[in-house]
Ligand binder design. Structure first.
Ligand SMILES: CC(C)(COP(=O)(O)OP(=O)(O)OC[C@H]1O[C@@H](n2cnc3c(N)ncnc32)[C@H](O)[C@@H]1OP(=O)(O)O)[C@@H](O)C(=O)NCCC(=O)NCCS
Length: 185
């Protein structure tokens, strides 16, 4: 089973996926305080730097305790942290985890998240020995659905009105990718 010490830095043609550090707080806040980013998260954007500090502390605790992992996605061309991605809700006995991700809107639709997630998934299946990766998304989040479909995820079903936020109930689309399917894409 994977140890996250030393932290597994991943590289792709355009990106370096590296550990998130307390000093990244301004960048994380810039991403997490943007309502476009959190639109489908079933929660509001970060309202203060302290919110993002707590977010980073939770990420670091997950990595330290080997219960979850989140990478900072940086552009090789300038080192800028432009997003994050990782696994959470890691169910070790049953060998699955849920994937999560978000990117600065200025960089959307350039294939960056698809590229980042390919490396994240490879790590999950090979090093964390996952058999299955799940994604739970708002069915209206078309960009996220498209990324998952391109990576070979299968839409397995839909929970009806299981999320309540801002005065309304929303559905959750459940996607799954099995290890063998990922190897085939
Ligand atoms: C989801 C997200 C990470 C995608 O990142 P990205 O780097 O732009 O993704 P990619 O460029 O790799 O792929 C996006 C795909 O969605 C498509 N797309 C974008 N907006 C779309 C829309 N409104 N309807 C249909 N397709 C759309 C793009 O055309 C592209 O598909 P293509 O390459 O086949 O043309 C980004 O939109 C984001 O950060 N959103 C906010 C956070 C979020 O929702 N995270 C997921 C939570 S489950």
């Amino acid at each position: 089973m994977a140890s996250f010490d030393p932290f597994p830095v991943l590289t792709t043609p355009r990106l370096t996926l590296r550990p998130i550090e307390p000093s990244d707080v301004e960048r994380i806040f810039r991403i997490q305080s943007d309502p476009e980013v959190t639109r489908y998260f079933g929660r509001g954007p970060d309202g203060s730097i302290a919110d993002s500090e707590r977010r980073i502390a939770a990420i670091l605790a997950g990595v330290r305790e080997n219960t979850s992992i989140r990478w900072g996605i940086t552009l090789k061309e300038n080192g800028e942290l432009v997003g994050t991605a990782g696994f959470w809700r890691w169910n070790k006995p049953h060998r699955w985890a849920e994937i999560g991700y978000e990117l600065l809107p200025a960089l959307w639709n350039r294939g960056i998240m698809t590229e980042a997630l390919r490396a994240v998934l490879r790590f999950g299946f090979e090093s964390m020995e996952l058999h299955r990766v799940e994604a739970h998304i708002d069915p209206e989040n078309r960009a996220s659905a498209r990324v998952l479909e391109r990576l070979g995820f299968v839409r397995e079903g839909q929970h009806r009105q299981n999320w309540y936020y801002d005065g309304r109930f929303t559905d959750t689309a459940v996607y799954g990718l099995l290890r063998d399917e990922a190897a085939a894409t």
